[in-house]
Design a protein around this ligand. Structure first.
Ligand code: F1P
Length: 343
């Protein structure tokens, strides 16, 4: 049995456990935020960078505070000003990725920033560098590609946002996610398998606005890593401004439908289909004309339901790999952790 397939299916439990970890660290999180940070910078590499994008979007919305995202390397190569008044939130499954550890080290030692780490490994270097850490203990993976680590660490970031904002209504929404992900798992798997077995595809485009853009980037990376296929991600409405020229009849465009941009995204789906691409729409409820639809029926707002969109996106990369006779557990050219010998 594939480790990746198992780990995709283990997401509900990993999410449930990380919510408990945040619950246990509520006071420590509130203590840390007593400092009047003028910016909160989420950083990461690869999947964790894309996770940081969605996490920062949620943080801004829920806490109404300033936040931004950087790939870890940018933080120490092109450091933003006033780092000393910033909180840096490094996200790293392993907690050992060289650029992320280097960035945290730079921010702490050279700029006296505070560090709040999100990782799957308690004893990792990134946790050692941090003033506080939230750990997704069940997010640990044998697979090289990140799946349950992504969704559980994203929920950790969402839960931290609710603690900082004192927004119990949003926290209540997050506690519903494990069961909804459990309930959507089979439907996600069979739809991804159906698409991969019935369509001959050569290009994959993932579209998302706001909190869904980071998630679209992560879906793009899953297809690249597991299926070694051409894939790109864009803010939904950016697709018209040039990239749509790549559409052909072997293109699958996946729309991660939001609430705020739904009207515009629904019009765009019509246009994309008229150009000959197939469209998979991942959304809250049925009613959007599409070639394939996964309606999650979560009753949750757009900033809460992001992790529920993940299984179908991960299964898509998985089944595309199988279709090409590839082993998703052993992606080409990749290692589980990138450690640079000069850092
Ligand atoms: C993240 C990462 C993944 C990538 C591969 C190597 O590492 O770059 O994005 O898919 O698994 O590691 P981490 O900092 O989250 O451990």
């Amino acid at each position: 049995m594939s480790v990746t397939l198992n780990e995709i299916s283990e997401q509900p439990y990993a999410i449930k456990k990380v919510l408990e970890d945040v619950e246990g660290k509520k006071e420590a999180i509130l203590d840390l935020f007593k400092e009047p940070f003028d910016n909160v910078i989420f950083i990461g590499c690869g999947t964790s960078h894309y996770l940081a994008m969605s996490a920062s979007s949620v943080f801004k919305k829920i806490t109404k505070k300033r936040s931004e995202t950087l790939p870890s390397s940018e933080l120490f190569l092109y450091p933003p000003k006033s780092l000393e008044k910033s909180l840096v939130i490094p996200i790293s499954r392993s907690g050992e990725t060289s650029e992320t550890v280097m960035a945290a080290n730079y921010a702490k030692k050279n700029r006296k920033s505070k560090i709040l780490a999100i990782s799957c490994y308690e004893g990792s270097n990134i946790v050692k560098e941090s003033d506080l850490a939230v750990i997704s203990s069940e997010g640990k993976e044998k697979s090289i590609v990140m799946t349950k680590s992504f969704s559980s660490m994203l929920v950790a970031a969402q839960a931290i946002s609710t603690v900082v904002a004192g927004d119990n209504q949003f926290l209540d929404e997050l506690t519903k996610i494990p069961k909804i992900v459990e309930d959507i798992m089979k439907k996600s798997q069979s739809l991804a398998e159906e698409i991969s077995t019935t369509l001959t595809l050569e290009k994959f485009v993932f579209l998302g606005q706001g909190p869904f853009y980071g998630t679209a980037c992560e879906a793009m990376l899953k297809v690249k890593e597991m299926a070694i296929a051409w894939s790109e991600a864009f803010h939904s409405l950016e697709f018209r401004h040039g990239p749509k020229s790549i559409i052909n009849e072997k293109t699958l465009v996946t729309m991660l439908l939001s609430d705020s941009a739904k009207k515009y995204e629904t019009d765009l789906i019509k246009e994309i289909r008229a150009l000959g691409a197939k469209v998979l729409t991942v959304c809250e409820k049925e009613g959007v004309e599409s070639d394939y639809t996964l309606a999650i029926e979560s009753q949750l707002g757009e900033f809460a339901r992001i992790p529920i969109y993940m299984p179908i996106l991960q299964f898509l990369g998985y089944y595309q790999a199988l279709k090409k006779g590839l082993n998703p557990d052993v992606p080409k050219n990749l290692t589980q952790v990138v450690k640079l010998n000069f850092i």
